[in-house]
Design a binder for this molecule. Structure first.
Ligand code: AMP
Length: 627
């Protein structure tokens, strides 16, 4: 029997250990010890899963339903503390688990809680019919825990252990503990999304028997930016040594970890013609659709880039993809972009329109009709019982085309549904006129020829109101969770504006004492200054320091956190687009503004005008309005 105390003890050690290698060795040792204590049992697997901060396996749809409110109540009971004491402890630590530990300092109890008992309690909480029943189970669990156990039980239930351990490190440790290949462990976890099962398989030598399960998100492959069509061409024709520049230093290591690794160059050693597919870069919401499952025909799941299940927010897609037939089309996972679609003009509506639906759970007929969602498919991750990731893009693309062609006419759903039928499975079509519209589209894609070709395609994409273009190496595998060099994105700045700083604000964290957020203006028709945006990214630390001094010296009005300043400093700013907005005096706002440089060379008299802002605004194919 493996005790939860083993998780708590190791977690405490890991929280104070900086070395990744030492962490991995300690985790591996503990997993091996758990296996020795419970040979062939569930101990080692649960140990790995809990250490990774997962109350349930990712493939397990159960939810604890234990949010901060329920946990706080249970903690008050378990610790006997007052509301005020708990609040104060929480303020000190910024973490409920650590607060519980502090409040339980007087408690001395022998560790007795087993991992199996924790697992059973979590299961009971997930299926509890009432909050009272869930609370009772939770109380029972906390009442048995030592202070350290309660600390980590709470953290685990909140899904964040805060011990500097990512799942990928636990996967490595499992491999070390069981003497298995780390690649094989990762592959099994990717297929089955169950760290505990993968641990069991690693010890049993059955990692190779893991089979794909639908309804858990795979990692999304991402693209690296390029500035020009020429740079894009170079990426796909250059020799690998030139392409794959490993980043150095700690920051680079952190970034690499964030993106779960930087891949090697996708091209062969020989310089050769461009072998890349070109597609529009859509400004929608990246998503993965799982459907056509043999065991659960009609079930559809849609996942967002941050692995959230967003199916509820797009019922028209769920209804449409429910028509994918397991025995004809087969189970599949599609990668693509959810777009708000203008059926009249056959093009995507601006992101700002789709944005109104994000996070919305109840989708009314009005929303369905005004912001119709489609899925623009551009990759195939799983089809007909076979994971497609390792096939080159040209093969995946071919298969995707065949599949889409075969089912596109069936993947339809009406603009509006009969409200009275909601809640029942059946969807009513509202008369003949609304017999359903296509919800699945295939992103047009073709092999690219040259830099000029990319240039034209970019202009065409912008004319269709898309963001830019994507280029994807034709022979590249799909690397889940990677921002690699096999995919690049080209989205040039619209234009830049030269503006003057009129206000400054103190930053946060490291920048709390520095004026690091700048409000800036353009010149109005009467020579007056009109604010048009606010930006904080793009200046170096040294520049911020310098700007802080100068802005303090030229403050017109000090309102504490914010200061209005004399208009003396000119900046060049870039942005994704301009929208009409009541937020600033100019009547416009820049979306995602970034400071490109300080223009010490430019006098304030020569900054851009409101007229120029209007011109850039009008040059945009779609003109977003702030929602
Ligand atoms: P970014 O958000 O700028 O890092 O760009 C990556 C995002 O581009 C992806 O997550 C997708 O949402 C989006 N995207 C738009 N069109 C495509 C496409 N044709 N292929 C791949 N990603 C695309």
């Amino acid at each position: 029997m493996v005790l939860f105390n083993a998780v708590a003890t190791l977690a405490d050690f890991l929280a104070g250990e900086g070395s990744r290698l030492k962490k991995r060795a300690a985790i591996a040792e503990a997993i091996a010890a758990a296996e020795a204590e419970d040979p062939g049992g569930e101990g080692s697997g649960l140990f790995a899963q809990y250490l990774a901060g997962l109350p349930f396996a990712e493939a397990d749809p159960r939810k604890l339903n234990a949010g901060g409110a329920l946990l706080t109540k249970a903690m008050l009971k378990a610790t006997g503390a007052t509301d005020a004491a708990l609040t104060a402890a929480y303020r000190r630590h910024g973490d409920l688990g650590a607060a519980a530990f502090e409040l339980m300092q007087g408690v001395s109890r022998a560790a007795s809680l087993s991992l199996g008992e924790v697992c059973a309690a979590f299961g009971a909480m997930a299926t509890a019919r009432t909050t009272a029943a869930r609370a009772a189970t939770l109380d029972g669990l906390l009442d048995r825990g030592t202070p350290a156990e309660v600390k980590y039980l709470v953290k685990l239930m909140l899904g964040d252990m805060r011990i500097g351990v990512k799942q990928s490190l636990v996967e490595e440790a499992i491999a070390v503990a069981a003497g298995a290949e780390v690649g094989a462990v990762r592959h099994a976890v990717m297929l089955e999304a169950d760290l505990a099962d993968a641990t069991r398989r690693a010890f049993d030598g059955t990692l190779g028997e893991a089979r794909m399960r639908l309804f858990h998100p795979l990692g999304f492959m991402l693209a690296s930016p390029v500035e020009t069509p020429e740079e894009a061409v170079e990426r796909f024709t250059a020799k690998p040594e030139k392409v794959a520049k490993p980043k150095k230093g700690k920051k680079a290591a952190d970034e690499a970890e964030l993106d779960e690794g930087v891949e090697a160059a996708p091209v062969s050693a020989e310089a050769r013609p461009v072998e890349a597919f070109l597609e529009d870069k859509y400004d929608g919401m990246r998503a993965q659709i799982h459907c056509g499952d043999l065991a659960e025909p009609g079930r559809v799941a849609i996942y967002s880039r941050n692995r959230e299940d967003i199916t509820e927010s797009f019922p028209e897609l769920e209804e449409a993809f429910a028509a994918v037939l397991p025995d004809v089309d087969g189970p599949m996972i599609l990668d693509g972009e959810i777009l708000a679609w203008d059926y009249k003009d056959s093009r995507a509506l601006p992101f700002a329109v789709l944005g109104t639906r994000i996070g919305r759970k109840r989708v009314s007929n009005e929303v369905r009709t005004q912001v119709p969602a489609v899925f623009m498919a551009f990759d195939l991750l799983y089809a007909k019982g076979e994971l497609q990731l390792e096939h080159p893009l040209r093969v995946r693309r071919n298969r995707l085309e065949t599949i889409v062609e075969q089912m596109v006419d069936r993947v339809v759903s009406p603009f509006a549904v009969d409200e009275r039928e909601k809640g029942r499975q059946q969807v009513m079509f509202l008369g003949e006129k609304d017999a359903g519209v296509a919800r699945l589209m295939l992103s047009p894609s073709r092999l690219v020829e040259s830099a000029e070709d990319i240039d034209r395609a970019y202009a065409d994409a912008r004319a269709r109101a898309n963001e830019g273009v994507m280029l994807k190496a034709a022979d590249s595998a799909y690397l889940p969770g990677r921002r690699g060099l096999a995919w690049v994105k080209l989205k040039r700045e619209l234009a830049t504006l030269d503006v003057v700083i009129t206000g400054a604000e103190y930053g946060h964290g490291r920048r709390a004492t520095l004026l690091s957020d700048y409000t800036f203006a353009v010149r109005g028709p009467g020579g007056e200054l009109l604010n048009v945006g606010k930006a904080y990214s793009g200046v170096t630390d040294a520049e911020i320091l310098e700007l802080t001094e100068s802005l303090k010296a030229h403050t017109l009005e000090d309102r504490g956190h914010f200061r209005t300043v004399e208009p003396l400093i000119v900046l060049e700013v870039a942005f994704n687009n301009i929208m009409r907005s009541g937020r600033h005096a100019s009547g416009f706002a820049l979306r995602f503004p970034r400071i490109l440089r300080l223009r010490t060379d430019k006098p304030v008299e020569e900054i851009d005008t409101l007229e120029r802002v209007e011109e850039v605004y009008l040059s945009q194919v779609d003109r977003p309005v702030e929602s």
